[in-house]
Design a binder for this molecule. Structure first.
Ligand SMILES: NC(=O)CC[C@H](N)C(=O)O
Length: 228
């Protein structure tokens, strides 16, 4: 299968993601510039962390106007997996592909540390490698990681089992301890923690592999594998 890793001006985690897919997952992967207008030939799209457009206006608010975004919308609509990590999550909310928004951490400080997460839904195409309520350890590194949505949206997220990961000790003030959510269809996941920084024991955790492996299993089980 073939992954796309999108890169925007100011992305800084695209090579970590690329290496995680190429070196650890041993799957095909290609960097795709924000200037491109097609995602044809890809089975899954990954949006990396960083500071797209310097986080000006709001994190992700300018990146959403990039040429690649209409193609990403079509890709998401087709049901293929889309994973936005950190700034990628922020871009997905700004683009309206996920509900809610990411606000300043309640501490108003940038937080960079490993956090224990609770797997809140182990049936998604991003978390099927885990067990329900399993604790996994992933690093966070953000200033704007405080997930907010209104009560009605939160009720829908809960009712539709769209909350995939929760913080065990909420580090940033996120509503309902939310660390990662999907869209209603379940094929777009946004998460603030960085699985690509936790893919080998020497990094302190390899729990991130489970997320990428879940995507690979999902795509391969459907027999939808792009080539070339
Ligand atoms: N690691 C990142 O992607 C940083 C995310 C974001 N720009 C923030 O500081 O909130």
């Amino acid at each position: 299968m073939k992954f796309a890793v999108l890169a925007f001006p100011g992305s800084n985690c695209e090579m970590d993601l690329y290496d995680a897919i190429a070196d650890i997952m041993k799957e095909e992967v290609e960097l795709v510039s924000y200037k491109e207008t097609s995602l044809a030939g890809f089975d899954a799209a990954l949006i990396p962390g960083g500071f797209s457009y310097g986080d000006y206006l709001r994190s992700g608010a300018i990146a959403r106007f990039s040429p690649i975004i209409p193609a990403l919308r079509e890709f998401a609509k087709s049901g293929k997996p889309v994973l936005g990590i950190c700034n990628g999550f922020q871009i997905l909310t700004e683009a309206g592909l996920l509900p809610g928004s990411l606000q300043k951490n309640v501490s108003a400080k940038f937080i960079c540390q490993t956090e224990p997460l609770v797997v809140n839904n182990a049936d998604s195409m991003f978390s099927s490698e885990f067990k329900l309520a399993q604790i996994i350890n992933l690093p966070i590194a953000h200033g704007d990681g405080n997930y907010y949505c209104d009560q009605e949206t939160l009720a829908q997220l809960i009712a539709n089992d769209q909350i995939i990961f929760k913080y065990r000790q909420n580090p940033n003030g996120s509503v309902a301890d939310i660390a990662g959510i999907t869209n209603r269809a379940g094929n777009v996941l946004g998460m603030m923690p960085h699985p690509e920084r936790a893919v080998e024991a020497i990094l302190g955790s390899d729990d991130g592999v489970g997320i990428f492996q879940s995507i690979v299993n999902h795509v391969k089980s459907r027999g939808v594998v792009a080539h070339g």
